[in-house]
Design a protein around this ligand. Sequence first.
Ligand code: DQQ
Length: 467
Amino acid sequence: MLTETSALLRQRLALDPQRPRYHFLPPSNWMNDPNGFIQWQGQWHLFYQHNPYSPLWGKMHWGHAVSSDLIHWSDLPLALTPTIGSADEAGCYSGCTVDNNGIPTIMYTGTRGAHNEIQTQCLASSHDGLLTWQKYVHNPVLSDVPPEAGQTQDFRDPFVWCEGDTWYMLLGSRIHNVGGAIFLYRSKNLIDWEYLHPLLIGDSKRNGIVWECPNFFKLSEDRWVLIVSAYTAEHINVVYYFVGSYAEQRFTVISEGILDYGQLYAPLTAVDDQDRRVLIGWLREARSNESMEAAGWSGVQSIPRVLSLDPENRLCMSPINLDSIRGRHHHLEAQAVDQRIPLELRGLALDIEAVFEQQALGCCGLALACTEDGSEYLSIFYDVPAQRLMVRYADQERKATVSLAPQERLQLRILLDGSVAEIIVNERISLSARLYPSSAGSHGVQIIGQGAYLHSLDIWEMASIWG
Ligand code: DQQ
């Protein structure tokens, strides 16, 4: 199914050391949010916000890829393209795919206006197994922003689910002078929508000015999870999750957290045939437009993660299905760490599982992508007394509080892949970093720490998913 052109484009860019080898990204050019993520008759379909003409953000199309294991992907033709003179003439923004009585149906936001400021909700369906898509002739199906929003420009990213014979839809938005808002609708046919009320309203001083890309799903017997991507005035965009109970279309929050302390944004979830809730998210770049233009590509998707809740209602995440591309394995036995320990192994495509004991006064972690002259490295460091994770690359630093229970070990899972490092700590704190190694030279791995004790270290060299 891989077209000649996309294979050639991939080959041409494959020598770029910054380009991930086992994470999904398009053959070339720009990608942002995952869209329409769905398992359909055993195959996973991933759509994505895509500018097929440039490595920079632009007129949004829906790219499309398919996979049977969520790791190996084949490119398919564009699924949605803006139509001049229609509700989506400026862009086909984010949305979801649902099974409408056997007919795959996309609900997405169409945009119009010089600044995409007219945002309405549109439908498209497929009659050839999700390959080609026909837009509903009477699009848009929903255009009025609820008056309580006090604004009409931010109203997008439908997330739709079915309960009995009723469809429910969430839209990301904001309430003027208040903060982000998620509006709840219902429908019997995906076409006529009735507004119910806000599912949740934010606070612009605390959690962003616009809430985008909502997800809402039941994750345990009595707990529902709402995920929102909060757009801030400072462009320090953050993904929040809220856990609570849901009854009679009302959501009562009992706890909340940050889904990722780094570059992961606009995640989308889907449920699989084993009833697992799987999340995939856009790993934003942290480099200039000039660098993206020179590279010819921009944007990566995370490795899909299976979600769960722990007894304290914290969202837990575990990367899926990587065994099939794990290559050479390196194992290190338990040992004290009081200085840098360089390992024999080198590489920029690694799956790492490091477990440290929680030594009272210690600090521990790893340095990756280390150049011989010591000028470049990514350090991932846990400070036990401060209970803080610190991730540093060049002049950038990211931090997250990781509170460990007494005696709890620190478990670092790191998916290093070119310019991507997905870091998940004790399955419950995620910090996705980007790094931009300046050469394809050898990149070392070091254990770092003081007064630390390594319990075990396992590292796998990862194969490319593009053959
Ligand atoms: N990206 C899309 C929007 C969404 C935003 C546009 C989030 O639909 O709100 O490309 O990254």
